[in-house]
Design a protein around this ligand. Structure first.
Ligand SMILES: [Fe+2]
Ligand SMILES: [Fe+2]
Length: 269
């Protein structure tokens, strides 16, 4: 499950990323977080921006899963089916968010977009590395984020968007779960694949460091990125269990978040 095809690339602040996928001309493409219009509040413009950005992220998830089917044709059939089902889910998610964006008066191309997850994940030449990055890491993080966002939209009086995000969360758990199941299965068959996972995580750390906001960076919406506190996102322990992270892995995530005191409780629950 390794690709022989060298990906076409782009370089951003010294980091080598996969070249952007094709986009309709209406989209304004940017390459750094500080060129995004991330408002950080729940104003009307911010609501539309959140939906627009999430819609575009779902498009990327679709493209990443689809590119895996193209780049790794020798993958076991059952895993190809999981990826194909994921393509269907991500297509639906994109359409649901696009519809909600239009209901709130927004339109495609209203805000800048960035292909970060695509650029990072699709540099990897093995399916194992891509599953470790996209499904297990990015979508694993999305599980945590979505739980918080459902509550945030509901608190701000938009039950319809909250329900929509809740239904996306259910599908995301399955995307993380099948990746976890297959990574475990493949590692059992060939422990050397863990090196590919380790390489993938090192790649992610290097790119994250290269593209991180620098002191005083102000984004396209005028928000100071280094002074701005994002919505705190804590591990969604219950759904991570559904996604078949082990208790040790969940405990490690809680530890990293500064909840070491909860770890003994979480790991014995
Ligand atoms: Fe999705
Ligand atoms: Fe997904």
């Amino acid at each position: 499950m390794r690709s022989q095809i060298a990906p076409e690339t782009k370089t951003v602040r010294g980091a080598v990323l996969r070249r952007d996928p094709a986009r309709e001309p209406c989209f304004r493409l940017v390459h750094l977080h500080h060129d995004m219009e991330d408002y950080g509040d729940m104003s009307e413009a911010s609501r539309r921006q959140r939906l627009h950005q999430h819609m575009h992220n779902e498009m990327q998830s679709l493209e990443i899963a689809a590119q895996c089917l193209v780049d790794f044709p020798d993958t076991p059939w059952e895993l190809r089916m999981e990826l194909a089902r994921q393509c269907w889910d991500e297509t639906r998610h994109t359409q649901m968010l696009y519809r909600r964006l239009r209901e709130l008066g927004g339109h495609k191309g209203e805000f800048p977009v960035m292909n970060y997850e695509w650029g990072v994940t699709c540099m990897m030449d093995s399916l194992v590395a891509r599953l470790a990055l996209q499904n297990r890491t990015f979508e694993g993080g999305e599980i945590d984020l979505l739980r918080e966002l459902v509550q945030m939209w509901r608190k701000n009086g938009d039950d319809e968007t909250a329900d929509l995000l809740g239904s996306i969360l259910v599908d995301e758990i399955q995307h993380v779960r099948f990746a976890n199941q297959w990574l475990k299965r493949l590692a059992k068959e060939d422990p050397r694949m863990l090196l590919q996972v380790a390489r993938a995580m090192a790649h992610l750390r290097a790119i994250t460091a290269a593209l991180a906001p620098q002191a005083g960076d102000v984004n396209a919406a005028g928000v100071n990125l280094t002074g701005y506190t994002h919505l705190d996102v804590f591990a969604n322990v219950e759904d991570r269990r559904h996604a078949e992270f082990t208790e040790e892995e969940i405990a490690e995530i809680l530890r990293q978040e500064g909840f070491a005191g909860l770890v003994s409780h979480a790991s014995t629950a």
